[in-house]
Write a protein that binds this ligand. Structure first.
Ligand SMILES: [Fe+2]
Ligand SMILES: [Fe+2]
Length: 483
């Protein structure tokens, strides 16, 4: 057995799971590999396939120094199979089997439930790359272009992570599901991606930053709950994926932050104090704060939908089976079984929004979403701090949980970002104040012109405070192949 902390790059498929002595799975993955490369090559424009991108590659799975940075052409990126090291004597953390040894093989009774979770997670990974495929052509800087591609190659690796599990543990069914992950595609009529938010286009860079801030954070929460799985290989896979996910949210938070900063600085310089003086602000070549807020409203509400219904028997079953845990399950001080416990749900009724106590087991989705909301509010606070420092008077907020929802308790409701219930007529009349309009989208798109000179940035976004891998401001993060 090789060292589980270091990754073997001698094989065609880098891994720390000793693939070379697992012929069956190695062969299955080698068969899947060309289809994957084909998917990648068709997705990313040719000029970027030939460019040298300064990317990080994982060389070990221990938290100390696991990454190495170097120029690489993306089709030659070493995607691989990386699992966090096995924890000795790990136990199932929750549900009716809590305290029993974690499963190293798929427990027969939960096979289809587990496979479905792996497939859904796997489906989101390539979907986001598909949603972002046009963005390279309008990157506001080489720094941002590099970050986009870093996120993309890592989502590709996350697909590999789920495909490994399917091939290794789910037999013929698993192999078919792995093929289908390359067959479906975001926004396709015949074979769309499985979850709604992953079929929406990412039309511009502000959307990309909002997506990585809000939607990748949903991904992080799902991974956190799967990292608690009693099925140990799934837990180990997800634990390593979470370390990569942190970078995606960094890209989102700083991307939105830099956009806000450019706007505030331009307003101050031009002597504009009213954030709603939209035309004057847009004339400065920056995105007005109310439009940034609308984009946040959209991506936040779409991301809340990804948690599913607040009250759900599927989620209860998965928790009870020990297949999925809560956020930070091991740190929660209770019996981890939730039999007889209660949780408060906000419901939309004819009497308005009322709080109701339901069995905690059935509210697992909501609990994860409540933790997500806390997690997502951190960056918003930091954005507001930044706005305040420039002297501009404006505050970014997260809308009410019932605002613009398609799934769950609030799907039939018309609710303002402040949480007021209104009629559907009033919603129609006012929704353009809260969600991006076509005209807003067109304006943002008009700013999306590529900037390819090292150290230079588009007007609408401020430079980062620090370079990637401590590189200087004018570092050439992407050596473009101009063909
Ligand atoms: Fe991912
Ligand atoms: Fe991600």
């Amino acid at each position: 057995m090789s060292d589980p902390l270091s990754v073997n790059y001698d094989t065609q498929i880098p891994n720390n799971v000793d693939l070379s002595s697992d012929r069956r799975v190695l062969r299955a993955l080698e068969k899947w590999h060309p289809g994957y490369l084909n998917w990648w090559n068709q997705l990313i424009p040719e000029k970027f396939q030939k460019s040298n991108v300064y990317l990080r590659t994982a060389i070990g799975v221990d938290p100390q120094g696991w990454a190495k940075f170097d120029y690489v052409r993306m089709p030659e990126y070493r995607w691989g199979v990386l699992l966090a090291p096995q924890v000795e004597d790990r136990r199932i953390p929750c549900g009716e089997h809590a305290g029993e040894p974690a499963w190293q093989e798929v427990p027969g009774e939960y096979r289809s439930m587990l496979q479905r979770l792996v497939v859904i997670q796997g489906d989101t990974e390539p979907a986001s790359v598909e949603q972002q495929k046009h963005l390279g052509l309008t990157a506001p800087s080489l720094y941002d272009l590099r970050n986009l591609f870093q996120v993309n190659v890592e989502e590709g690796r996350h697909l590999w992570a789920m495909v490994y599990l399917l091939h290794k543990y789910f037999g013929k069914n698993g192999r078919e599901e792995a093929d289908d992950l390359l067959r479906r595609s975001s926004g396709s009529e015949e074979a769309p991606r499985m979850l709604g938010a992953f079929n929406e286009a990412t039309p511009d860079w502000l959307s990309f930053f909002m997506f990585t801030y809000f939607t990748d954070r949903d991904g992080k929460m799902q991974l956190e709950s799967l990292a608690q799985s009693g099925f140990d290989p799934l837990s180990r896979t997800c634990r390593f994926m979470i370390t990569e996910e942190a970078h995606h949210m960094f890209v989102g938070e700083t991307g939105v932050g830099r956009t806000i900063q450019a706007t505030c600085e331009a307003m101050v310089k031009a002597g504009i104090t009213d954030p709603y003086d939209i035309n004057a602000i847009r004339d400065l070549g920056v995105i007005d704060l109310p439009t940034i807020q609308k984009k946040a409203n959209l991506h936040y509400s779409l991301s809340l939908d990804l948690f599913g219904s607040e009250v759900s028997t599927n989620a209860a079953n998965a928790f009870n089976a020990g297949i999925k845990g809560r956020f930070m399950e091991a740190k929660i001080d209770d019996d981890h079984k939730l039999q007889g416990d209660q949780y408060t749900v906000r419901r939309f009724t004819k009497d308005g929004i009322v709080e109701e106590s339901v069995p905690a087991l059935s509210a697992i989705n909501l609990r994860l979403r409540d933790d997500y909301v806390k997690d997502a509010s951190g960056g918003v606070k930091r954005w507001n701090h930044m706005i305040k420092k420039t002297g501009v008077e404006f505050e970014m907020t997260l809308p009410h949980e019932g605002f613009h929802r398609q799934i769950g308790e609030f799907k039939a409701a018309s609710i303002t970002p402040e949480g007021d219930i209104i009629s559907s007529e009033e919603w129609e009349a006012r929704k353009n104040d809260w969600l991006p309009t076509t005209a807003d989208g067109d304006f943002v798109k008009s700013l999306m012109v590529p900037v390819t000179e090292p150290g230079k940035y588009a007007s609408w976004i401020a430079p980062p405070r620090m370079g990637i891998d401590n590189k200087p401001g004018d570092f050439e993060y992407v050596q473009l192949h101009m063909a």
